[in-house]
Design a protein around this ligand. Structure first.
Ligand code: BGC
Length: 853
């Protein structure tokens, strides 16, 4: 038996943490039926043991929270875990982590640029002022044993020491609710320093902080780039020294003439750095500084261009063959002064021409200084498969590479079946997932790059079957609660930004609300995201941490229902339990309900059921969360509230044999949220099937209901229909996208018509990729019956059109694998878990190990 895959805060050997760590590990063994019987964890800082759990008789092997002596700032710890199993084997493994600032005060001062720039609100896109470099010379007095740099900025920066980058991270400090949580980064800079004179540079572009779209509306922000850094030197002779930003820095502008996350960057290779100016010390406090809690955004793959061609309009187009989020890296050899424009876009017109439906230009401009160089922008990123190149007479594909940027996470799954289209669908889902995890979960990497709460709420289960989302989403949830309003309202995006605050205020007014109001299925992310995280991994820490945020969101739903009267003059005693007022996106993007831009009237129809149903869903889930956490009073209170909400929904919506809607989604949610009265199940099931049949056997569901559609069909005994929808190739369907050459998941079902004409849509949105979770559970047949896969039912659905299917899933306990070919099934059940296998009409109860049936 071996202990392996040790993680601290679900990261590998993190350097620079400021949270109480939780520890996780896996065990593997060639012996079947292996269970962990006990563990013992010790944590040491050098020779001192700061925590020793002693022998703990327990099967827990994830989310074991540290509770030893208080950890110290800036200290390296090793932790070791010794595990014993039920066969009498033991093994030990160890890992490390390093703290950043815990209680220690910063000595560094914030220093701000003194180069004048107009107020950010007055900028147009792409007309921002140049990026600012902050420079500091300092001396290193002795040979160095170790050096750590802690740094952050207003804007996004690139750090170099003596011209060397300590790592390949990009766009730090990443996107967060800056006024409450500004991440600082920890660097091991031992290798970049030398005895004698040294230079530190932080080159700061606008990033999210200064971007006109992503600046928050209602909070005051600074107008000038600023940096904060503190370098801690440990010499070999045991002396220590601290070098920190203190006002002795200088600032200047250089070749990055402007940078915008949406519009792109302008880089003038001819421009040298201007004359230096002094910086100004400013007091921005330290209260919002948080050690970066997730692995940094960095390049994870390089995609070479596959072809270049001239479009019918005469444009030079470079095709990378794959939609990515990141940047293009281009070899340039052009006469001085040549201006080369790179316009990034996702899909072409039907005849291969340039097409950009985005509000963002995604345009990088490089001005040549005559030297042969490789250019990649510093302070922007784009979503693209193609670029249109102008300013060069011709292009060669060998000169173009797409650099894929993302927040890297551990891969937790693979899928391969006998059908290439299903495999491609899975690939596309993976790409959309990767392309939309740039420090926060976003809707798309092109048009909006925004942390839409609804999109991730829909997608969490699918996200977990592909990547370990724990640290990423835990960090995002902390941003969510930082952004939550005093009245409990969770905004449509986290972070909440200028654009969406305006939109919220406008729509809310249009729909009779006041100020920023909650949005069904979007704001509910506050409850659904932590709940799904718990289901995927057994993580109760996230439930505990998010509990007050969930609760204040649910209290806000309950108060809105109680205080505001909905349409239709319903009796007060029912209406007060229905969340039926205010603006909602409704199901969003139902194929049959076309929406003109900015027209939200069409969302009213589905909002009628979406809001009360999701309101009930959140309150009911909160009662379940309270139950898991052992909070009996909360459980009873919210369970009683939920019961009243359910009763009101049934009395208002479910007295007849049909729901008051002709949309499939109403029926889907009613079943999915267990709202259907027993005596209405048959007529509702029949009606849902009828709606699908009347629609020519095609789905007609939007964002909020598609995730439940196939499950509900299975539940009502129409698994055959679910399978049909999965294999459907007419529009709207998943495989239609694949047949149309999609390389990621489209935002809307009708993003491209059969003749290849693209619509105004994004082609890289993960929401409809939610089906990956269903494929994992139903086609591969991996269904957790206890949170975190402590027990799994393995029941592949072979009535699909596949002859084979292989799925792996890296659970908290280790790898679970299912491979079936014809009537032969091979599985691997991770140690410390059990499974029920349903195969060929037989049932087997098994423990860990490899099996073949
Ligand atoms: C985004 C979505 C988002 C929606 C809100 C869109 O513009 O791209 O994915 O959830 O707005 O309805």
């Amino acid at each position: 038996m071996r202990v392996e895959r040790l993680r601290t805060l679900h990261r590998i050997e993190p350097v620079g943490i400021d949270q109480v760590p939780e520890f996780s590990w896996c065990i593997s063994s060639p012996e079947r039926d292996t269970l962990q019987t006990s563990y013992r964890i010790t944590v040491e800082d050098g020779d001192r043991t700061v925590w020793d759990t002693g022998l703990v008789a327990s099967e827990s092997q994830s989310f074991v929270e540290y509770s030893g002596s208080p950890l110290r700032s800036r200290t390296r710890y090793r932790w070791a875990v010794t595990v014993e199993d039920n066969h009498g084997n033991t093994d030990t493994a160890s890992a490390g982590f390093e703290t950043a600032f815990l209680d220690t005060a910063w000595t560094a001062r914030w220093v701000e640029s003194t180069i004048p720039r107009p107020a950010a609100e007055s900028w147009g896109h792409g007309t921002q002022p140049p990026a600012v470099e902050f420079l500091r010379n300092f001396a290193v007095h002795h040979p160095i044993r170790s050096a750590r740099l802690y740094a952050t900025a207003l804007g996004v920066y690139r750090l170099t020491l003596n011209g060397l980058r300590p790592d390949d991270r990009e766009l730090a400090p990443e996107f967060s609710v800056y006024r409450r949580r500004l991440y600082y980064q920890t660097y091991d800079v031992t290798a970049q320093l030398r005895e004698g004179a040294n230079t530190l540079s932080m080159y700061v572009g606008d990033g999210w902080y200064f971007c006109p779209v992503t600046r928050p509306l209602s909070y005051e922000l600074r107008e000038l780039p600023a940096v904060l850094f503190q370098l801690e030197l440990e010499y070999e002779n045991n002396l220590t020294e601290t070098v920190f930003s203190d006002g002795s820095e200088i600032c200047r502008t250089g070749p990055v003439r402007s940078s915008d996350l949406y519009w792109g960057e302008r880089f003038d290779a001819r421009a040298s750095f201007d004359d230096p100016r002094p910086v100004k010390i400013v007091d921005l406090g330290y209260g919002n500084l948080v050690a970066q809690p997730i692995d940094p955004v960095r390049p994870v793959a390089l995609v070479p261009a596959v072809v270049t061609y001239t479009s019918p309009e005469g444009d030079l187009i470079v095709d990378f063959g794959q939609i990515v989020a990141g940047r293009s890296r281009v070899k340039i050899d052009a006469p001085p002064g040549t201006e080369i424009t790179l316009e990034h876009f996702e899909v072409t017109t039907a005849d291969g021409g340039y097409f950009n439906s985005m509000i963002a230009g995604q345009k990088d401009v490089y001005v040549s200084d005559g030297a042969r160089r490789e250019y990649e922008p510093l302070f922007t990123f784009h979503g693209f498969r193609y670029i249109r190149v102008s300013g060069l007479p011709s292009v060669s594909k060998d000169d173009f590479t797409a650099v894929v940027l993302t927040t890297p996470k551990e891969c937790t799954g693979t899928f391969e079946s006998s059908d290439p289209r299903l495999n491609r669908l899975h690939e596309n889902i993976l790409w959309s997932q990767r392309n939309n995890m740039m420090s926060i979960p976003t809707d798309c990497p092109t048009r909006e790059k925004a942390g839409f709460t609804g999109d991730i709420q829909i997608y969490v289960p699918a996200a977990f079957v592909n990547e370990d989302m724990t640290s990423f989403l835990s960090a995002w949830l902390r941003n969510l609660s930082a952004e939550q309003r005093a009245d409990g309202v969770v905004p449509m995006t986290v972070p909440f930004t200028n654009l969406y605050e305006r939109l919220s205020l406008r729509t809310s007014e249009q729909f009779g609300g006041e100020g920023v109001t909650g949005i069904a299925g979007w704001s509910d992310a506050a409850v659904i995201v932590p709940w799904e995280m718990y289901r995927a991994t057994g993580n109760t820490l996230v439930l505990r941490e998010a509990f007050s945020s969930m609760k204040s969101w649910c209290d806000s739903i309950i108060a809105t229902a109680r205080n505001r009267r909905g349409p239709g003059g319903l009796p007060e005693e029912l209406d007060r339990y229905l969340w039926n007022t205010g603006f909602h996106f409704g199901e969003w993007l139902i194929p049959s309900r076309k929406q003109e831009e900015g027209d939200f009237e069409v969302t009213r129809e589905s909002s009628a059921y979406v809001a009360p149903f999701f309101g009930y869903r959140s309150v009911r889930l909160l009662a379940d969360v309270a139950d898991v956490l052992g909070r009996v009073d909360d459980r009873d209170f919210y369970a009683a509230q939920a019961a009243r909400m359910k009763d009101a929904i049934q009395q208002v919506f479910m007295t007849g044999d049909e729901l008051p809607t002709e949309l499939m989604g109403g029926y889907v949610l009613a079943f999915a949220f267990d709202l259907v009265p027993a005596d209405r199940r048959d007529p509702y099931a029949a009606k849902l099937v009828q709606l699908i049949e009347e629609n020519g056997g095609l789905l007609d569901t939007g964002f909020l209901t598609t995730p439940y559609l196939l499950d509900v069909l299975v539940e009502i005994g129409r698994a055959d229909l679910a399978v049909e929808l999965l294999w459907e190739t007419r529009q709207p369907s998943w495989l239609y996208q694949v047949d149309m050459g999609a390389t990621a998941i489209w935002e809307s079902w009708d993003a491209m018509s059969l003749d290849g004409t693209p619509a105004i849509s994004s082609f890289d949105h993960y929401a409809f990729g939610c089906v990956d979770d269903w494929i994992c559970r139903e086609v591969a047949g991996i269904q957790a019956t206890i949170a975190g896969y402590k027990h799994t039912v393995i029941a592949p659905r072979t009535d699909t059109r596949l002859t084979s299917c292989a799925r792996t899933l890296l659970t908290e306990f280790g790898e679970l694998a299912v491979r079936w070919t014809g009537d032969r099934l091979e599985i691997t059940v991770p140690c410390n878990t059990t499974a029920t296998v349903l195969w060929n009409g037989q049932r087997h109860e098994i423990g860990s190990g490899r099996y073949s049936f």
